[in-house]
Design a protein around this ligand. Structure first.
Ligand code: HEC
Ligand code: HEC
Length: 295
């Protein structure tokens, strides 16, 4: 009956659609993204990081990289880097957000946790020539970003976004390149969230004796872990590139274990205590101690 009267049909259809829209899209704002979702530690971008973010958008990095770690265990394992999945409070200063939906390359939401190195050496090398670090990469080279940064609008951007900044922050932009800016942005991503350093606690219970003394027995395993986690910085043949050569070492097994597990983060050596179990780390130690360059 009703469907024979187009005017009433349209009105009722509109009402039904509006109810659906309200319930699924408007009402949730009552209980999500409220003050409780704020993360106090998350800070606005500095002028240099904000410029880097704008270059990220200009270059369309988000066509290949997403910036959100989904709640799935696999995603957290792969892209969380100790920071867990992405929470809404991590994005309060992102205007616009760069979550993206396409992952030709890895998710970058927490990339700052993966490469904590203060000088950004890994990023510089990777950005200038991705294939020099990850041979199979199809990421284009961005060496052309080694150009002076255009700071004409830096101050206006900060004002418009209502981000705090000081004259010292602005002065810091002088002499910086676009590359410096994008590296500063990469290094910031994910680093504000408070992360639980589980490794420190685990250390205490670790046995200090290397259970593997026979290189032959562990070599295949160790080489495959090495290829996946270490080769990008220590070279395919452990000859040393960004990090030192790992063909033999004067350090004790326990010292090597501690370095791999805790990292030397300020200098660019990440910690692996959270991602590799004790057995795997000891296998790597054995490889580093006993493996020669061309054996
Ligand atoms: C054509 C797709 C593509 C574009 C465009 C691209 N990337 Fe990538 N990116 C990749 C792929 C694939 C990888 C994984 C291999 C590698 O590390 O090079 C990657 C890796 C990375 C990594 C290292 C991730 C990790 O977990 O080790 C960073 C950082 C990165 N890209 C930043 C950028 C930035 C910044 C831009 C823009 C200036 C950009 N990418 C543009 C495809 C792309
Ligand atoms: C993102 C780059 C990067 C990755 C990945 C990386 N390292 Fe390192 N590593 C470094 C840098 C840089 C240093 C030098 C730190 C320093 O001198 O303080 C270093 C230092 C070391 C040292 C100390 C060497 C010495 O004699 O002083 C060991 C051992 C080591 N790495 C092992 C590993 C192992 C094993 C892996 C893989 C599980 C690995 N690294 C992955 C960058 C990396």
């Amino acid at each position: 009956m009703l469907e024979k009267n187009p005017v009433i049909f349209i009105i009722l259809a509109f009402v039904v659609i509006m109810i659906g829209t309200t319930v699924t899209m408007i009402a949730p704002f009552k209980w999500i993204n409220g003050p409780n979702d704020r993360i106090a530690e998350v800070k606005p971008y500095t002028p240099l990081q904000q410029e880097g973010r704008d270059i990220y958008m200009r270059e369309g990095c988000n066509n290949c990289h997403s910036q959100t770690v989904r709640t799935l265990a696999a995603d957290v394992e792969r892209y969380g880097y100790g920071g867990g999945y992405s929470k809404s409070g991590e994005f309060v200063y992102d205007r616009p957000h760069l979550w993206g939906s396409r992952r030709t390359g890895p998710d970058l939401a927490h990339i700052g946790l993966k490469y904590p190195d203060q000088k950004g050496m890994w990023h510089r090398k990777h950005m200038e020539n991705p294939q020099s670090v990850v041979p199979a990469s199809n990421m284009p080279a961005y060496a052309f970003l080694n150009e002076p940064l255009d700071t004409t609008y830096s101050e206006r951007k900060m004002k418009l976004l209502k981000f705090p900044y000081s004259q010292a922050d602005l002065d810091e932009l002088k002499g910086k390149t676009e590359m410096d800016a994008i590296i500063a942005y990469m290094r910031k991503l994910g680093t504000d969230i408070p992360i639980k350093k589980a490794e420190a606690g685990q250390q205490a219970s670790v046995s200090k004796n290397n259970p593997f003394s026979d290189l032959k027995a562990v070599k295949a395993d160790a080489l495959s872990i090495y290829a996946k986690d270490c080769a990008s910085c220590h070279g395919d043949k452990r000859e040393g590139t960004l990090g030192p050569a790992l063909t033999g070492s004067s350090k004790t097994d326990a010292e090597l274990f501690a370095i791999i597990s805790k990292g030397i983060e300020a200098n660019g050596m990440p910690s692996f205590g959270g991602s590799l179990d004790e057995q795997k780390i000891w296998k790597l130690v054995t490889l580093i101690k006993l493996g020669k360059q061309n054996d």
